[in-house]
Structures are given as C-alpha cells and as structure tokens.
Write a protein that binds this ligand. Structure first.
Ligand SMILES: [Zn+2]
Length: 298
C-alpha cells in the first residue's frame, strides 16, 4: 500500500505525505517564506508543475495511492468551475492536467480536487477524531472560505454570504455587493483602507483609533452574521476559525454578536475555536478526502 498525498494550493503550495490521518515526513512549501498572493499571477500549467515537484519531494521515492488537492473556489469533478482569487484556473480541467504531469513524473495515482476550506474541515475532523460528525470552518485569508465536513455536494461559497444590505459594500473580489469576503478578506481590507495595511488597522484599533475600532467591530459582526446564517440553516454546533487572519479573531466579541443574532433557544450554544496554523490540517484533510473519494477508504 502506498502513501496518500495531501496538497494545499491556496495562497502558496504545501504538500505532505499522510498515513493514518497524520503527516509523515516533512512538509514541502513553495515559496518557503510567506507571500500572500504567490499563486495569483502564476499560469495554471506552472501551478500544476509546482504541485508535481512538491509531491515528488513529499513522497520521497515511495509509491502514491491517491492525491488530494485543496483549491480556493468551486470545484466539481476535477474542474475548477470558479475561483475569484485564482481566476486563471477558471474552467480548467485541472485534475486532467495534474494527472498528466504526474504520469510524466512517474506517479500514476488518482487525483481528487476539493475546495481548500472543505479540506480544512476534513483535516480538523480527522485531527479531533470527529470523522463521524459535521465540522464547519471559516478560512480567513486573501479570500474567505467556508468549509464543511463531510462534503455535502454543496457549492460551498459561504465566504460570499450576504452580511449587509449597504450598497457601498462592494469590496469583494467576486464583484458581489454586501459579501462577507468584501469586509473580512485580506484583499478587500486593503482595498478599503488604501492608506493602511490590515495589520495596522487591527493594531490601531487596539490603540483606540475610532475608525479602526469601528471596522474591527464590523469585521466581527460580519463573521457573526455569516455564522448565524449557517446556524439558521443547519443548526448550532462547533465552528472553527482558521487561516492566516484567524489571528485577528476575538472570540468573546464574536460570541457576543452571535448571541444578539441567534435568539431561538434550540439554535443557541454554538462553540467557536480558533485554529491558527492551517497547512498541516488542510494537507491531512485533502489526503483523507481523496482516500474517501477515490480509494474507497475511510
Ligand atoms: Zn463575493
């Protein structure tokens, strides 16, 4: 039996070999240092080539059973149907492209593409021994991802949930008005505060700057609103906050707003937990999902 390989291709590429729901060996990252929009300008073929290189290193000469790759966007049957933050991939049969390049590199294994936030949700479920439960996760980065385990055949673009009816709220990368990502996404924050980086906005809010305080409140209210919407559709439960900008989440403020928004007693009691590092979890989740989807294994 060979290895399962998990890959995250969101703001950078990270790959690792997975056995029994855990990473074995080192994780390979491109680039090594953090660069938020590393993949944004890269042609699809080059992204695929970089993934193959990362897989080659991660597998360390061993045979590969299956490969799971998490991407931002709407993924269906190997095709990237929509990806506002990696728009060059739109309409690409990336699964086919990747399979062909892997075969050229001597790796013959089925490839499973999935949404990166769904990979995160699967990884958290695996890490917590909760593969029999529903896990929901917000991935906070350049864009905002909404992940759910188990994958339910839904579109999964919860990051574009409408959280305001203000027509001036149009900073979302997808072009939609009033979206969660238009408030919380790192890119959207840069478009809103042309004179400050998001890190400075959160720091200035701590120092008491009124404009920044108001924005940090809006940021948390938006996240609470989208979470409340998920609760009103699917019921209460555990919500994980992940991704690079989960560092900005103040759990108490979020819970306070959530209590204002969810009033029916049978829908109350959701828990919030911040999981700051994400590559490892997403890699395991991508591999576990691939094993379930294309190898028929749990
Ligand atoms: Zn949007």
């Amino acid at each position: 039996m060979g290895l399962q390989i998990g890959v995250l291709a969101a703001e950078h590429i990270a790959a690792g070999a997975v056995e029994d729901h855990a990473i074995v060996g080192a994780i390979r990252r491109f680039p090594d240092q953090s660069d938020k929009d590393y993949l944004a300008e890269m042609p699809a073929e080059e992204i695929a080539q970089r993934i193959v290189e990362a897989v080659q290193i991660a597998r360390a000469g061993q045979s590969v059973d299956c490969l799971g790759v998490g991407f931002p966007g709407i993924i269906g049957e190997g095709i990237v149907e929509e990806s506002p933050n990696l728009s060059q991939l739109k309409g690409q049969n990336f699964g086919l492209l990747l399979t062909a390049l892997l075969e050229q590199a001597g790796i013959s294994a089925p490839v499973h593409l999935l949404n990166d936030a769904d990979a995160m949700a699967a990884g958290i479920a695996a890490a917590r021994g909760q593969l029999d439960r529903v896990v929901r996760v917000w991935f906070l980065g350049s864009g905002i991802g909404y992940g759910r385990y188990p994958q339910a055949g839904m579109i999964g673009e919860g990051g574009h949930t409408i959280v305001t009816l203000d027509p001036k709220e149009k900073f979302c990368q997808c072009g939609g008005v009033g979206h969660l990502e238009g408030i919380m996404g790192y890119r959207a924050m840069r478009r809103r505060f042309l004179d400050m980086e998001p890190e400075e906005v959160f720091a200035e809010a701590k120092a008491g700057d009124a404009r920044c305080v108001a924005f940090v409140e809006l940021w948390h209210r938006a996240l609470a609103a989208a979470t409340a919407t998920s609760i009103h559709y699917e019921g209460p439960g555990k919500f994980y906050m992940s991704g690079p900008d989960s560092r900005f989440v103040q759990t108490e403020m979020l819970q306070l707003y959530l209590r204002d928004m969810v009033k029916m007693s049978s829908l109350q009691g959701s828990a919030i937990e911040v999981i700051p590092t994400s590559d490892e979890i997403a890699i395991v989740g991508a591999a576990v999902s691939a094993a379930q989807a294309v190898c028929g294994r749990a």
